[in-house]
Design a protein around this ligand. Structure first.
Ligand SMILES: NC(=O)c1ccc[n+]([C@@H]2O[C@H](COP(=O)([O-])OP(=O)(O)OC[C@H]3O[C@@H](n4cnc5c(N)ncnc54)[C@H](O)[C@@H]3O)[C@@H](O)[C@H]2O)c1
Length: 331
């Protein structure tokens, strides 16, 4: 689909009140798509009213669980494309509240797919899975053939949900693609605390000219700027060749967390950090070094990231310097 083809296209975005979803919704609205959002509004995670506040009149928002058959029926029935981003993203909370993670990340997706199979089996589906399901890498970069050894409950449930999507593609012919995302960052990520990503709380402290903690520092990670990820999501929907498949989506070349912290502070010109040993309870679910091989995705879609880490960090800092007060409050 080229940009003009999104015009008037009925698109459903689940998780659209959250970080990635709201950036996607904003792009789709700018392309004049007809956007419906289904979101449970979990403000204790990434949902935030400010994410869509200025464009709310251009979007239909359904406050519901994607597993709620009654609430989702109309939106599923009329959509041509669904970006299924709804999910609980805290790895730590999945360990302390495993049943809640099961309901939100696994059971809800099964019900959602059953609804699609029943009501609108021609719907194009793009599901956001996670690199977390690989666990601690056995080799780098990690490709799609790497063993799946989820290090936490969240990884197990995300893998189950991804598997449902691919099974429904194989068995029922649903037009689903799953993308295993790495660390995504940018405007509208949660920064009040470290629940969504450690980079969120780093950005908060730097903008407030405070001090953040760097746990370890030698770990290698790759990062995708959210605008590049939105490009990847749109490119996936537009690529019939990706139906029924799962792909890694990476981003910038890998960088140590120490180098990332130094770069963030240098770009901001404020804030500082202190290195600490990795906390024991986090060490058990930490995956060490990770970066993705995403050659198959780039070959299938022609996608590539366009934003360097330094410009992505600069854009992110500029956004939070102007919007900090909103994102320090819960909703
Ligand atoms: N942010 C990342 O770095 C990253 C990395 C890998 C995978 N992902 C995946 O991308 C997706 C979006 O992540 P995000 O960072 O934008 O998270 P987010 O928490 O900012 O947004 C997720 C949204 O989904 C909603 N939600 C959760 N469960 C729901 C349910 N059952 N029904 C309806 N709404 C529900 C929440 O209210 C929230 O608004 C998630 O599926 C996540 O697992 C994100």
């Amino acid at each position: 689909m080229v940009n003009q083809e999104w015009r008037d296209c009925p698109v459903l975005v689940t998780g659209g009140m959250g970080f990635i979803g709201s950036n996607l919704v904003r792009r789709l609205v700018s392309l004049r798509a007809k956007v419906t959002v289904i979101d449970l509004n979990l403000t204790e995670y990434g949902a935030h009213s400010h994410n869509l506040a200025d464009i709310a009149p251009s979007v239909e928002i359904v406050a519901a669980d994607i597993g709620d058959d009654t609430a989702t029926a109309a939106a599923i029935g009329k959509a041509a494309v669904v970006f299924n981003l709804a999910g609980q993203t805290s790895h730590a909370d999945s360990m302390t509240r495993p049943a809640a993670d099961l309901a939100l990340n696994q059971a809800a997706n099964l019900r959602f797919l059953e609804q699609i199979r029943t009501l609108n089996p021609a719907l194009r589906i793009v599901y956001t899975s996670t690199r977390q399901l690989y666990g601690r890498p056995r080799y780098l970069p990690v490709d799609e053939a790497h063993p799946i050894v989820p290090p936490d409950i969240n990884g197990i449930h995300k893998f189950a949900a991804e598997s449902y999507h691919l099974l429904y593609a194989r068995v029922y012919g649903l037009r689903a693609t799953a993308l295993r995302l790495t660390n995504v960052y940018g405007p509208r990520m949660r920064i009040r605390d470290a629940k969504q990503t450690f980079l969120g709380i780093w950005v908060r402290h730097v903008v407030e000219d405070g001090c953040f903690e760097l746990w370890g520092g030698d770990q290698l990670r790759d990062f995708t700027y959210v605008d590049d990820l939105v490009d990847a999501l749109l490119a996936t929907a537009a690529s019939p060749a990706t139906v029924g498949q799962v792909f890694n989506v990476g981003g910038c070349p890998p960088i140590t967390l120490l180098a990332l912290a130094e770069q963030l502070v240098a770009i901001a010109g404020s804030g500082r950090f202190e290195r600490r040993a990795f906390p024991e309870e986090r060490k058990k679910i930490d995956i060490g070094d990770f970066y993705s091989a995403d050659g198959p995705f780039r070959a299938a879609t022609g996608w590539q990231p366009n934003t360097s880490l330094s410009s992505g960090l600069a854009e992110t800092l500029a956004f939070y310097r102007s919007n900090l007060a909103h994102y320090l409050s819960e909703s």
